[in-house]
Design a protein around this ligand. Structure first.
Ligand SMILES: Cc1ncc(COP(=O)(O)O)c(C=O)c1O
Length: 479
């Protein structure tokens, strides 16, 4: 009667002592990495040919010592990566997470929070409401607004376009509009929700990489004439390419007249609203029907911390709420929000915790200063480039991004030679471990692209890198 049955033939648990030992070692290793970061290379890579023999193996039938497994990951796997939190990582969009955010992810995983329903996680759901409401106030949205955390900006845009499509009655021939500077996540999301390639309309940007209203209006009229129904105009509040900000107020007025959903992709630039300068630059953001934000960018959180805000939360819930029978126990009344009713994911991790713990720990003043400082550093870098006899500014600093190339005054090099020279220069800077830089093309010209975002980047990091670019360019020119 009291027979406990057969003992499990294997065990997937650890003693408290073994858990502590493994966690202590992990913390030691992470802190050692962070302490050495500034002196380390901002990027390390290896080819598939190098990595295959190092890591390819069948899963072991018997387990190994947990510490050895951890040490191996930290030795062979994790260092072969971009250190996006390095103070001289200026490529793509840097991300320098704060320590309370890192610990929050660990704690949320340890408590194994299921953040899909209020029944599954009342406290965490309440906290997500609170943090989302902070964001709502920061962007200047009314009390009707709300949203949710997502894996990132791409998922936020996807959810936004679903809401937009449903808001427009899910037409048979939907069209979305974005400037040619829009992030590829917009096109991908449009494709996923069933917008055909002909319905994804890219409007040529102006000389400042902004979406021109007249061209937008023409494109909308032309699409309507082809029997397409516009379901969303996607404006940029900080393009990834140059940091350009579309004329948000004018676009919002146009969308309101034409009754078209306005999504503003503020994935990287949105948290600039925390600084006075950023808030002024992003005026009009609050007029959008939806906004995508990434707290893993300019709010200094570990990946994944995207967010979608919508001006009227009912639009999102109408698009995503389902009534499955096996979920009937989770219907606890509208007050008790089920975040699964607001987006793609049912099983969700507790992403709001990292933002909450970071903000509680450091206070908003520290975040405001960090954002403002990055904008100032980019402005100063812009002045450096303008005054340099070796560098040419190709797009001025905007929300922390500037683009330029090595081009000594009166050098007379043809465009193709300039492109090739700058490509080699970028490769040299990366290989030397000076900084991590990425590149882009602006009006056809190869351009180095500098994105300053880390709260740990100093003017010395920036000026040292710019000086190295000048010196390396001169070396290449004579060699
Ligand atoms: C402007 C913009 N939109 C969208 C995205 C995509 O966001 P995520 O990579 O978080 O999915 C990015 C990422 O860099 C971005 O810069």
């Amino acid at each position: 009667m009291n027979d406990p049955g057969p003992k499990p033939s294997s065990d997937l648990t650890m003693s408290a002592e073994a858990m502590r030992d493994l966690a202590d070692r992990a913390v030691e290793l992470i802190i050692a990495r962070i302490e050495c970061l500034a002196g380390d290379r901002p990027w390390r890579g290896a080819s598939r040919v190098e990595l295959e023999p190092l890591l390819r193996e069948p899963p072991p039938e018997q387990g190994r010592a947990a510490r050895d497994v951890l040490e191996r990951a930290v030795r062979d796997v994790l260092p072969v990566a971009a250190r996006v939190d390095h103070p001289r990582f200026f490529a793509f969009i840097p991300s320098a997470p704060t320590w309370p955010g890192v610990i929050a992810d660990f704690v949320a995983a340890g408590f194994n929070i299921f953040q899909g329903t209020w029944l599954g996680s009342g406290g965490p759901s309440q906290l997500e409401l609170v943090v989302i409401d902070w964001f709502r106030q920061w962007v200047g949205y009314p009390a009707t607004a709300g949203g949710l955390f997502t894996s990132g900006g791409s998922a936020a845009i996807l959810d936004a376009l679903v809401a937009a499509r449903e808001h427009h009655g899910a037409p048979a021939r939907p069209a979305i509009f974005v400037s040619d500077q829009g992030h590829s996540a917009i096109e991908r999301a449009a494709r996923i929700i069933g917008v055909r390639p002909d319905g994804i309309i890219k409007v040529a940007s102006d000389e400042h990489f902004r979406l021109p209203i007249a061209a937008l209006a023409q494109a909308v009229a032309a699409a309507r004439a082809r029997d397409y129904t516009p379901i969303a105009i996607c404006a940029n509040a900080g393009t990834t390419n140059t940091g350009a900000i579309d004329p948000l107020r004018e676009i919002a007025a146009y969308c309101s007249r034409e009754k078209i959903w306005l999504h503003v992709d503020a994935a990287y630039g949105g948290f600039a609203v925390l600084s006075e300068r950023g808030r002024a630059l992003l005026a009009g953001l609050q007029l959008a029907d939806s906004i995508s934000l990434d707290a893993h960018k300019w709010l200094f959180q570990p990946f994944e911390a995207g967010c979608l805000l919508v001006r009227d939360i009912a639009t999102l819930e109408r698009a995503f709420r389902f009534q499955a029978e096996y979920m009937q126990d989770t219907r606890l009344g509208m007050e008790q929000v089920n975040f699964a009713d607001r987006g793609l994911q049912l099983t969700r991790s507790f992403r709001a915790l990292k933002v909450w713990m970071s903000v509680q720990t450091f206070g908003m003043a520290a975040f405001r200063q960090a954002v403002a400082r990055a904008i100032e550093l980019a402005d100063r870098a812009g002045d450096y480039v303008r005054n340099s006899e070796f560098l040419e500014l190709l797009s001025p600093p905007s929300l922390g991004i500037l683009c330029f190339r090595f081009r000594p005054r009166d050098c007379g090099l043809p465009a193709s030679r300039l492109d090739e020279l700058n490509e080699r220069l970028q490769a040299r800077i990366i290989a030397a471990g000076t900084a991590m830089l990425s590149s882009t093309r602006l009006h056809g010209a190869y351009s180095l692209r500098f994105c300053i975002m880390s709260h740990q980047t100093t003017w010395q990091d920036v000026s040292h890198t710019l000086g190295a670019i000048e010196a390396t360019g001169c070396d290449l020119l004579v060699s």
